[in-house]
Design a protein around this ligand. Structure first.
Ligand code: GLN
Length: 387
């Protein structure tokens, strides 16, 4: 058989999705791969039922249906205050996964470096490799997940560094970057002439008093911020694969071409139905925040009652739980045993860290009360895993 590509040689499968398979194998309650087990807003699914009859069913414009981009531009302006030209500054993609890939391919040359905070969402490493770039990591130090400014500057000033990826609110650690931290990153990006590629998919999942600061609105950052985002988490439609890139026209011109050849376009009927969600007023986002605050409190209170220690997330819907007391050196084995013996699926923390971190697991809580209560009931028996 002929040789396969060297570029993909070092790839492993996604650990997050592997843990979903492990969870399913043992019939565990799957708190590994982060997705809701509740329905999307009814107004969106009702509209989808209508669209099934009326269409559109053929290709939309490659960079996204006009009404979808118009609605998105309005929503972005409403929340961030930035004006977005729906013709020149948006590309609709197949999930933020494609958005990130298209952004990276549009800015990186082979051999370039991309700064990534660790812990990180696992796709970024693969995105960097596929776009020919080398990821360099800057630690966010547990338990507060703060970064050292000198370490960050050392990475950003390295010759060949092209961009920094910023996941805010952060998957997996739940950190919400403060305005001061964002300003430090922005100042360095300007000083060393880098792009900041943001992953803002948890923009609306925040716990008080934390608020979302939009990197692109900081002075001097509009031209160098490439926003990657999606509707998955905001409207509970992870399977619809609707994402987008927002950036200045020069960047978007390039992203449009990459996207055109990667996927042609996002699903036309789903864009049409999701416009309803993009047009929701503020009450929807307040409701979403209250819903997630409820789920977070329910789950974290349960973890506390089980005697588990963790860092309280400020945003997103994941919590990193400390498993030091169980005596495992291999956190993936811990997660397999957790699924098999306790009946709860989790992701080993080591898959998110560049550093040698093996004492954390990630659980997510985007689940209905009954699912969370059932998982907590099982977790009350977690000490049977103690070695
Ligand atoms: N973002 C979600 C997570 O981190 C889902 C990942 C995925 O499978 N695309 O779990």
């Amino acid at each position: 058989m002929p040789a396969l590509s060297t570029r993909t040689e070092t790839f492993t499968d996604s650990v997050i999705r592997r843990m979903t398979r492990v969870s399913d194998e043992y019939g565990a309650i799957n708190l590994s791969q982060g997705f809701p087990d509740f329905d999307p807003p009814k107004a969106i699914t009702d509209r989808l039922a209508e669209v099934a009859k009326t269409g559109p069913h053929q290709y939309a414009l490659t960079w996204g249906a006009k009404n979808f981009r118009d609605a998105l531009a309005r929503k972005q302006e409403h929340f961030s205050g930035m004006k977005v030209d729906p013709e020149k500054e948006i590309v609709v993609t197949c999930g933020s996964t494609e958005a990130m890939m298209a952004a990276m391919m549009s800015v990186c040359n082979p051999g370039d470096k991309v700064v990534v905070f660790s812990p990180f969402y696992e796709n970024y490493g693969a995105d960097a490799i596929l776009s020919g770039a080398e990821p360099i990591y800057v630690p966010l130090k547990p338990p507060t997940f703060t970064f050292d400014v000198d370490e960050l500057e050392a990475a950003m000033k390295q010759p060949g560094t092209r961009a920094l990826i910023l996941c805010n609110p952060s998957n997996p650690c739940g950190k919400v970057f403060t305005r001061e931290e964002m300003q430090i990153i922005a100042d360095l990006a300007i000083r060393y002439d880098l792009f900041v590629i943001t992953d803002e998919v948890y923009e609306h999942i925040l716990y008080k008093p934390h608020t979302h600061v939009y990197m692109s609105t900081l002075p001097g950052m509009k031209e160098r911020t490439i926003i990657c985002n999606s509707l998955s988490k905001t409207y509970s439609i992870t399977g619809w694969r609707l994402g987008y890139v927002i950036a200045c026209p020069e960047v978007i011109e390039r992203v449009k071409k990459v996207h055109d050849f990667l996927t042609v376009g996002a699903a036309a009927p789903l864009m049409e139905a999701a416009v309803v969600g993009l047009n929701f007023d503020d009450t929807y986002y307040q409701w979403l925040q209250e819903k997630y605050t409820h789920m977070r409190n329910l789950f974290l209170d349960g973890l506390k009652s089980a005697g588990l220690s963790f860092v309280e997330p400020q945003g997103a819907y994941y919590v990193l739980v400390d498993i030091s007391e169980f005596g495992y050196t291999d956190d993936e084995q811990f997660c397999i045993d957790l699924a098999k013996e306790v009946g709860v699926g989790a992701v080993p923390g080591s898959s998110f860290f560049r550093e040698d971190v093996n004492h954390l697991i990630r659980l997510h809580f985007a689940k209905q009360d009954e699912t969370l209560l059932a998982a907590l009931d099982r977790l009350s028996d977690i000490r049977r895993l103690k070695k």
